[in-house]
Design a protein around this ligand. Structure first.
Ligand code: SF4
Length: 481
């Protein structure tokens, strides 16, 4: 199938295209990032397949499709209904720009995805409805409403209040048909996406995905096995989607399936506790070279704030196990507000010497997580990240300017999408947002905070508040000075 990406021809493998109804209501499905990235969003692929399965005539739009559909070049403004995947705050400026440049005032814009489920408020000036929660229980009903041209109130379709919809993935069919770009390379390669689990049983206090996609759910291994039997050319690898693969009851069996599959397999970041010799041998057999871990910290006081962390000695043992198999470790660490990072740096030097790749991020407070009450990152964190750069040869750090923009958008209690513009620097966008949001408030801890998004039922409110308070007290004891 040939697609038009802003006049450029792109070739795509798309087993779903022949099922797109010619007659059904027309919907524009928008992903506000490049086409190659859209193809690796499980959410985008899933919504696309579900809309088609429920009789909707879907045409896809991406950031690089110049306001025209990939399939037929239809202009975005011709669609009465626009559905967009929004899983990341930094995608909002791109959707805002696409709607301003190519949309029309009359169309109904509906968004769903992880970050808007956590806090739908920031987008409500340009988006008419936000779908809270999973696609499987909501998209079929949404498709029905579009058929009837009547968007009715549902608890998962946001107005003043709302409640997250939760899919039982053990019972839902797996996404077995996926489109794949053939003439451009997706960021993780030409992979078939396999969702093994959804949600996470852990409660790391900074983690948006962990809190918002609860509860932890597992796919049946027989279903995965059956789906994978059918996967081959033109896919070149199997990409595992799971927040916490080692918690999957059948994870060793799953890895065995991957190791024996004709395509190369890949697994995401793994829990440190899940690492053992058998697991590493299987990872090696399936052809993956890097093992990614996110210990976040090796300092006890920080672990009390983050709700996650590992003693340096324990971490060192795991890294040695990885290195002894000639696999490359990649490790994620986090910097806290006002932290003196020298302890962490000294520990990490002892743990990994120079053999690991490090990635260091500032803590980004996110809605519906206990650490939503933490200060947004600023100059102090910038200095701390610089210290990491000076101390290790192999480190990348997440820029504070982007972390700050993410946090300010995510924690907004006012609709702000119209202020966002991807052609402006992140600093300028934060400046624009400061016209409606009090940055001063966000720059310090906010114990006792009960932000407006908590009126939607997304996660466990008392747990979020109690753990937030515990984190704040732990931070006060260790880092206030
Ligand atoms: S950081 Fe990882 S283990 Fe912790 S809650 Fe998030 S996904 Fe789960």
């Amino acid at each position: 199938m040939k697609l038009s990406l802003c006049g450029k021809r792109v070739i795509e493998y798309n087993p779903l295209l022949r099922y797109v109804p010619r007659r059904g209501p027309k919907v524009a499905l928008v992903y506000p990032a490049p086409y190659s990235v859209a193809s690796q969003s499980l959410g985008f692929q899933l919504v696309y397949a579900l809309l088609i399965a429920h009789g909707i005539s879907v045409e896809r739009f991406t950031w690089d499709s110049c306001g025209r559909s990939l399939e037929r070049g239809t202009p975005l403004k011709k669609f009465k209904y626009v559905i967009s995947s929004l899983s990341f705050e930094l995608d909002y400026p791109y959707l805002a720009k696409m709607l301003k440049d190519y949309g029309n005032e009359e169309q109904k814009v509906i968004a769903g995805g992880l970050s808007v489920t956590a806090n739908p408020i920031p987008v409500l000036d340009m988006v008419d409805y936000v779908v809270l929660g999973d696609a499987e229980p909501t998209i079929p009903k949404l498709a029905q409403m579009i058929f009837e041209d009547d968007l009715r109130e549902e608890e998962w379709l946001v107005g003043e209040s709302g409640k997250k919809a939760i899919a039982d993935i053990a019972e839902e069919p797996m996404l077995s048909k996926q489109f794949l770009p053939l003439s451009v390379d997706p960021p993780w390669g030409k992979g078939f996406l396999v969702e093994v689990t959804r949600g996470c049983p852990h409660r790391c206090r900074f983690c948006l995905e962990g809190w918002v996609s609860k509860p932890f759910r597992e796919r049946r291994i027989e279903q995965i096995e059956r789906t994978l039997e059918e996967v081959g050319n033109p896919f070149e690898k199997i990409i595992t989607i799971s927040l916490s693969l080692s918690d999957y009851g059948k994870y060793k069996k799953y890895l065995e399936i991957l190791a024996n599959h004709k395509l190369q397999g890949s697994v995401p970041s793994l829990r440190v506790e899940g690492i053992d010799e058998e697991l590493l041998d299987m990872i090696k057999r399936m052809g993956q070279r890097t093992v990614t871990l996110a210990p976040e910290t090796s300092v006890k006081e920080k672990a009390k704030v983050l709700g996650k962390g590992f003693a340096a000695k324990y971490l060192k043992e795991k890294i040695e196990m990885i290195l002894s198999r000639k696999l490359k470790p990649k490790l994620y660490f986090m910097v806290l507000p006002n932290e003196n990072v020298e302890n962490e740096i000294n520990n990490v030097k002892r743990i990994v010497k120079s053999q690991a790749h490090l990635s260091v991020n500032p803590l980004i407070p996110k809605p519906w997580t206990p650490l939503q009450i933490a200060p947004i990152p600023g100059e102090r964190e910038e200095k701390a990240l610089r210290r990491f750069k000076e101390s290790f040869p192999n480190v990348d750090v997440y820029p504070v300017k982007w972390a700050r923009l993410q946090a300010v958008i995510g924690l907004s209690q006012e609709p702000v999408m119209r202020y966002l513009d991807p052609s402006l620097s992140p600093e300028r966008q934060v400046e624009e947002l400061s016209k409606v949001i009090s940055l001063k408030e966000l720059m310090s801890w906010r114990p006792q905070w009960w932000p407006k998004w908590m009126r939607y039922e997304i996660s466990n409110e008392s747990e979020v508040i109690e753990l937030g308070q515990e984190s704040y007290e732990a931070w006060m004891r260790a880092f206030r000075g």
